[in-house]
Design a protein around this ligand. Structure first.
Ligand SMILES: [Zn+2]
Length: 209
């Protein structure tokens, strides 16, 4: 990836008002900082000027990678991805609850390729409507990041488990934690939770009972 200067980075961030330009999640409500996306990747001839840069959350950026297009699930035709510089978000998408609905072929390929409606992302978008909760989760994530190298989803799940466990004074079974998570609108599988609590115990952040 070509280097993006600090000044350019700041310009892209403020232009996007710190929101992901694909899924609209504000940076303040995610657990890790947003990234600078090259809309057309360098390997396809895209430049590093502001007209080719967008602010993207970690998840959208990871799923998009260097792709430019995908197959429309409805027509079977090749379609390019949404370009936040040359198009308006609302032309191609609309928000319904925590879900992002596609209005066009471009919307459909983008929703699918960037996995905008994976269940855990819908649950996160709903939970994000409670900024107070997310501030506390972000604080939990900051502690976890010092303790180990987790990817975004693992970090998110571990932060949720940590948050619930601290509310239960650390004395809880996996079932207790699993039972509390849906109260905050979070859906986490037993396996994901087991992995998260194992990490927390290994990092001495909780004592498993
Ligand atoms: Zn996003």
């Amino acid at each position: 990836m070509p280097e993006v200067s600090t000044a350019l980075r700041a310009e892209v961030r403020s232009r996007a008002r710190l929101r992901c330009e694909y899924c609209l999640v504000p940076e303040g409500l995610t657990l890790v900082p947003h990234e600078i996306d090259h809309i057309i990747a360098a390997k396809h001839g895209g430049g590093s000027g502001t007209d080719n840069l967008a602010l993207s959350c970690t998840l959208c950026n990871r799923h998009k990678g260097t792709d430019l297009a995908s197959i429309d699930p409805e027509t079977g035709g090749l379609e390019r991805l949404f370009n936040p510089r040359s198009e308006r978000w609302h032309e191609h998408f609309e928000l319904s609850g925590g879900k992002i609905l596609a209005r066009t072929s471009i919307g459909r390929v983008t929703v699918r390729l960037l996995q905008l409606n994976r269940l855990e992302r819908i649950a996160e978008r709903k939970a994000e409507q409670n900024p107070n909760l997310w501030q506390r989760l972000s604080r939990a994530a900051a502690v976890l990041k010092q303790a180990g190298n987790l990817d975004y989803m693992e970090l998110s799940i571990a932060a949720k488990a940590y948050f619930v466990l601290t509310r239960l004074n650390g004395r809880a079974t996996l079932e207790d934690v699993a039972g509390m998570l849906p109260k905050f609108g979070w859906s986490v599988s037993k396996e994901q939770l087991a992995k998260a609590t194992e990490f927390l115990a290994k990092a001495s952040l909780v004592t498993q009972t």
